[in-house]
Design a protein around this ligand. Structure first.
Ligand SMILES: [Zn+2]
Ligand SMILES: [Zn+2]
Length: 332
């Protein structure tokens, strides 16, 4: 029997089922784990994705994209291969892909985080023979603090800025991180403004039952009206644009797993860094891998070498599945 999945220049391919997972180029049939641009490539003929990710994917793949919705936990058959999707806990609707053929089970994790929070379905471990895991933060130095502690730091920073009459501008990825922050912000603390790049995804979240506080537009005139009391959620790409300069006095911060590395914050030129990641930390990766019970682990997407070496030392069969590192908005 051939491998259930093989890595090709276009991405993970299932030769028996004749479909790709998160292909980097247009293909006939694509299973898409989630809406980040390094996973959701436009132009394929047919897509299969988790039901709760479809509205997000329409923003990314275009309104006419042919997307078949599969609810989490239900399965379908493609050329005799059983396919089902299971929550990856990374952003709304993010899925692990489970593939079964003649009793052999492979799971491709996509991006995942093991800590549960209200903006997306919690990560669900899936038993399998072969587990293909991401490794974005696969170094022992990555160890996330609880979200409640990070949110307390963010609110304290916001209050201190209000005392100085400075608008708090918190940079976060437009899909996932912004909605996670928004669901955890206290509207009693002051007005919350959300940049248009992230607002487009809010209806998808609201349709899935995620609750947000009241929000305001992030147009500069609107933000200035709040005279330094507002917190603005915006993508980092908006930093130092004419829009940003029109906000008046500001204090800036980024929310990302990379903020754990001091040099990264300095390079970004922001005043504060909050370590909040939508990926698993080192312990999260190891516990997720153990929970699959898999006898072989494929490692992609990040610190593949470190994680592979560590797993081999523990006696786990492991290989570095090559993944072309492309520009990504979400690595963090
Ligand atoms: Zn992602
Ligand atoms: Zn990714």
């Amino acid at each position: 029997m051939p491998n259930l999945l093989e890595y090709t220049p276009s991405g993970w391919y299932c030769p028996i089922g004749d479909f790709f997972i998160d292909p980097h180029a247009p293909v006939e049939r694509a299973v898409v784990t989630h809406g980040h641009t390094d996973h959701a490539c436009p132009g394929s003929r047919h897509y299969l994705a988790a039901a709760s990710s479809v509205l997000v994917l329409k923003e990314r793949l275009g309104p006419d994209a042919d997307i078949e919705a599969l609810p989490f936990g239900q399965s379908m058959t493609m050329n005799g291969v059983n396919v089902s999707l299971h929550p990856a806990g990374h952003v709304l609707g993010s899925a692990q892909v489970r593939i079964e053929y003649r009793g052999e089970v492979w799971v491709v994790s996509g991006d995942y985080k093991t800590v549960a929070e209200p903006s997306c379905e919690p990560f669900e471990p899936v038993r399998c023979h072969v587990f293909v895991t991401e490794s974005t933060f696969a170094l022992p130095v990555y160890r996330w603090q609880p979200q409640s502690e990070i949110m307390a730091e963010i609110h304290a920073w916001w209050r201190a800025n209000q005392d100085q009459g400075r608008t708090s501008v918190l940079f976060a990825y437009a899909l996932g991180k912004t909605q996670r922050l928004l669901a955890a912000l206290d509207p009693e603390a002051g007005p919350i403004c959300v940049h248009g790049a992230a607002r487009v995804f809010l209806p998808a979240y609201e349709a899935a039952g995620v609750r947000f506080p009241p929000i305001h537009s992030a147009e500069a005139a609107e933000v200035r009206r709040f005279a330094g009391r507002a917190l603005v959620l915006a993508p980092y790409s908006s930093f130092r644009t004419p829009w940003f300069h029109a906000l008046g006095p500001t204090s800036t911060a980024s929310a990302s797993g990379w903020m754990q590395i001091r040099g990264h914050r300095r390079r970004q030129g922001v005043d504060r860094g909050f370590v909040l990641s939508d990926h698993a930390d080192w312990e999260g990766l190891l516990s997720a891998i153990r929970a699959t019970g898999a006898e072989r682990i494929g490692v992609t997407h990040g610190h593949t070498e470190v994680l592979c070496r560590w797993l081999r030392e523990q006696g786990t069969d492991c290989w570095q599945a090559s993944l072309v590192r492309r520009w990504s908005e979400d690595v963090g």
